[in-house]
Design a protein around this ligand. Structure first.
Ligand SMILES: O=P(O)(O)O[C@@H]1[C@@H](OP(=O)(O)O)[C@H](OP(=O)(O)O)[C@H](O)[C@H](OP(=O)(O)O)[C@H]1OP(=O)(O)O
Ligand SMILES: Nc1ncnc2c1ncn2[C@@H]1O[C@H](COP(=O)(O)OP(=O)(O)OP(=O)(O)O)[C@@H](O)[C@H]1O
Ligand SMILES: [Zn+2]
Length: 456
């Protein structure tokens, strides 16, 4: 149960201010994912300084925008009933999911659930026009601002520090999408899929992405390193993220993106060949030009190592204890449907293993699916860490402190998780299909490589 007992109403819904056409010019494009566009505030209204707004998109394929007024489905209400009241609108349910499900797991100091601000349709239409030229073409193709939404989510801007009255120090932030940090060991993983116990989901998915032309090279990054808790392995992961950032690593200076892409395709093409990043690091890392990047990457590693901020994220990811190969059967149970997966099985020994999952109670099935979905959110969110140099060693600060030995500097830092959206229940079948595709493609490549090496 949520600690504050809040199950239904929008959190601190700000009904006094409505963003109108004239306000649109104050909001500048920051980035976007598959589902939302994020804009930073460049105006001077105290209510918005230091904030971003997150605006829903609607997929192009549906042609028309749809107003997000509907509520969760009956079965989704059953899954989330401990956390979200059944009559709640979908968008408020999203916010309550963050507040009641994710904040207790990741810590209130690392998550801002945000609050809704009302927006007019013309505000959204103007924003859509203003940002069009800055959006990556493939994202424009994939979706547009949902101009029928009547609000946007106002969240702290995690890529800058709020103004403190004195002259602002340069702020540098990074964004990491760490993906799944453990190897599954569920007894429901079929023998044929044993590779899942040894190869990470991230690295196996890389092979499918390469095959489908979504990336042009395999990433060097191994999530097991980042989540290992070991200083050396964390630093190895950061170096790999820098070498092959894809959509897993970005750097911002004072809120502007300076390294990494606005989506997929950010391969090694934008490494710091011209030394621009070295220039940018100038105001923050006290070292000569050409020697700033390495300490900066060490600063990120040191912060992740010392703060242990990824430990609770890993715990949340591990709520997926049965793997999709187990959880999918519980999914069919809660719909009281005959299980399509078992229906397709020919091997009676394997079906016996899964039969045990079809004899559990509805409550147990709901818990398995709920935990799987929470884990899915934890495997897909991102971490933003912002740094600014500390001027006075003993100054009181609400932020964490990290010391960088190689330059003898201390930094303030803050670390926040973003994109903690609830995954739709209906995605369970997609997850099962994608899992099969990933393994199939990975095994094919492995067999091809083994065939080639036996020829040599
Ligand atoms: O399935 P995955 O692991 O590829 O994750 C999807 C992400 O792909 P990635 O591999 O990180 O590039 C995908 O990211 P991109 O759009 O590729 O940047 C989304 O985050 C997607 O979540 P949603 O559909 O927006 O809720 C993610 O879907 P979920 O699986 O988290 O639902
Ligand atoms: N609070 C924030 N402060 C600063 N930048 C942010 C914040 N929230 C999001 N961003 C930026 O906006 C980008 C898109 O945001 P977000 O990941 O929430 O979009 P999404 O559509 O939900 O993503 P997904 O594709 O995973 O569904 C992020 O990658 C990040 O660079
Ligand atoms: Zn089954």
């Amino acid at each position: 149960m949520p600690e504050n007992g809040e199950l239904g109403d929008s959190i601190c819904s700000n009904n006094e201010v409505v963003l109108e056409e004239d306000d649109a010019a104050d909001w500048v494009y920051r980035g976007e994912g598959a589902a939302n566009v994020v804009l930073g505030y460049a105006g001077c209204s105290p209510a918005f300084v230091g904030k971003v707004i997150r605006i829903q998109k609607s997929p192009r394929s549906t042609e028309k925008c749809t107003a997000e007024t509907s509520t969760l489905s009956t079965i989704e209400n059953l899954v989330w009933k401990e956390y979200i009241k059944s009559s709640t609108s979908k968008e408020t349910a999203q916010q309550l999911f963050v507040q009641n499900v994710m904040v207790p797991r990741l810590g209130s100091g690392h998550v801002d659930a945000g609050m809704h601000v009302p927006v007019s349709r013309v505000f959204l239409e103007t924003v859509e026009k203003n940002i069009l030229s800055q959006r990556p073409p493939w994202r424009v193709e994939g979706g547009k601002v949902n101009t029928l939404s009547d609000n946007a989510l106002l969240i702290s801007d995690h890529s800058i520090f709020p103004h403190g009255g004195h002259q602002e120090a340069r702020c540098i932030s990074i964004e990491i999408k760490p993906k799944c940090g453990f190897l599954p060991c569920s007894r429901f993983i079929a023998e044929d899929n044993d590779t899942k116990r040894h190869d990470t989901r991230f690295q196996m998915h890389q092979v499918l992405k390469l095959h489908q032309g979504e990336i042009s090279q395999l990433s060097d990054y191994d999530p097991l390193d980042l989540f290992s808790g070991s200083y050396d392995r964390i630093n190895k992961a950061i170096k790999a993220l820098f070498t092959t950032p894809q959509n897993n690593f970005r750097i911002f200076v004072n809120g502007s993106l300076v390294f990494g892409g606005l989506g997929c395709g950010a391969d090694s093409s934008n490494l710091d060949r011209g030394g621009e990043l070295e220039d940018m690091l100038g105001g923050i890392i006290q070292a000569d030009h050409g020697q700033r990047l390495e300490p900066f990457l060490l600063l990120i590693g040191e912060t992740i190592f010392r703060s242990r901020v990824l430990a609770p994220l890993l715990e949340a990811q591990k709520l997926d204890s049965l793997d999709i190969e187990g959880a999918i059967h519980a999914y069919y149970n809660i719909f009281s449907q005959s299980c399509h997966v078992c229906g397709d099985l020919v091997d009676s020994k394997t079906s016996q293993i899964y039969q045990s999952l079809h004899s559990i109670s509805l409550e147990e099935s709901v818990k398995i699916v709920r935990d799987y979905l929470i884990a899915a959110t934890a495997k897909d969110c991102s971490l933003m860490i912002s740094f600014r140099a500390r001027e006075h060693e003993d100054s009181v600060s609400p932020y964490g402190k990290v010391y960088l030995e190689s330059t003898n500097q201390s930094f303030d830092y803050k670390a926040y998780f973003i994109d903690l959206d609830m995954k739709p229940l209906k995605k369970m079948m997609y997850y099962h299909e994608l899992d099969k595709k990933i393994i199939h493609c990975f095994k094919q490549r492995k067999e091809m490589q083994q065939g080639l090496s036996s020829l040599c």
